[in-house]
Design a binder for this molecule. Structure first.
Ligand code: SF4
Length: 330
């Protein structure tokens, strides 16, 4: 089938089936750029349906790039609270500041400059180019990867490399509505070519799809393992109040409140009789011993938090999970 027909079929499907998302609504160019920036940061590690209420609240509280560049950190974190991966919020503010200091307050409209902004890698830069600036690029997200792997029936490790998948994107050709086209291809992956059960009967690509012809939809994934790391958290409490510290030590959960913690060797974890908790964070599986401490070791910037107030302050779900486990063992 001609590429032109593929793009027409995909856009026809998109126009009739796309989700109504708050960052897609018709608005001024300036707002569109801001909405694209905020939504792309939020979507980096989080699903669309989770992002929607956070996005709406964020835009209500911090309605434009100027306000974002000057927002105080407490308000910023409050808007992000619960969405996780807080470095995204910090990078978003840094990006807003840098847009004013280096780009006269306008989101740059080329890949090279976009990638100099904190928190913007190749994927996000391409998504911004397509959606905000209507440039014909198709970002390779998990959805697009899955569609390509199925259409071309890619099963071997060498076939599913990023390089090869990027080459295979030429299958989609170009369209005269590049921003919509990029979103349409991603939307097919999200709504139709789903990981477990693709709805091929609704798919505009079924005639071109080898997986559909073979009736084999298994997806080959790259071998990727999360690192396992071992930690010991020190739990000190005075009745209902628990000692927390502002994290300046670890690269994850930076500047957020955590229990005092140190990394330990696997052997210590295995031999410990204290209670334990497993938490997955970024690309790390954390195994944490919860060690009750009867003495308060004074640490700079520490803080006694009443456990009845854990929902009243900005606390990462990481720390809440440890609170839950501690409560069960008391
Ligand atoms: S035909 Fe089925 S497997 Fe192929 S791209 Fe469409 S939904 Fe995915």
């Amino acid at each position: 089938m001609k590429k032109e027909n593929i793009s027409k079929k995909i856009l026809y499907w998109y126009d009739n089936n796309k989700r109504i998302l708050p960052w897609r609504k018709t608005t001024s160019k300036k707002n569109k750029n801001y909405y694209t920036l905020v939504s792309e940061f939020m979507l980096q590690q989080t699903q669309v349906k989770t992002v929607i209420p956070y996005f709406e609240n964020f835009i209500k509280k911090i309605p434009n790039l100027k306000k974002l560049s000057n927002v105080n950190d407490e308000k910023l974190m409050k808007c992000w609270q619960g969405l996780g991966y807080y470095s995204r919020a910090r990078n978003l503010k840094k990006t807003a500041k840098k847009i004013f200091s280096n780009f006269k307050g306008s989101l740059p409209n080329n890949l090279e400059d976009l990638k100099t902004l904190p928190g913007i890698g190749d994927y996000t830069a391409r998504a911004i180019m397509a959606i905000a600036f209507n440039v014909p690029v198709v970002p390779l997200d998990g959805n697009v990867e899955r569609v390509l792997k199925r259409v071309f029936y890619l099963k071997r490790e060498s076939e599913i490399s990023k390089d090869n998948l990027n080459k295979k994107k030429s299958f989609f050709g170009v369209s005269n509505r590049p921003g919509d086209y990029a979103q349409a291809i991603m939307e097919i992956g999200a709504l139709i070519c789903k990981p477990a059960s693709p709805s091929c009967e609704e798919c505009p690509l079924s005639k071109n799809c080898i997986s559909f012809k073979k009736n084999d939809f298994e997806i080959k994934s790259k071998n990727k393992f999360n690192k396992v790391k071992y930690f010991e958290a020190s739990i000190y409490n005075n009745k209902e109040k628990y000692l927390l510290i502002k994290n300046n030590e670890f690269n994850f959960l930076k500047n957020l409140l955590i229990f005092p913690m140190k990394e330990v060797k696997k052997d210590k974890f295995k031999s410990s009789i204290d209670s334990k908790v497993n938490i997955k964070i970024s690309n790390m599986n954390m195994k944490i011993i919860l060690n009750k401490n009867n003495k308060r070791n004074k640490i700079k910037g520490d803080f006694m938090l009443d456990k009845n107030n854990i929902n009243k302050i900005i606390l990462p779900s990481f720390t809440k999970k440890i609170f839950e486990t501690v409560s069960k063992h008391q």
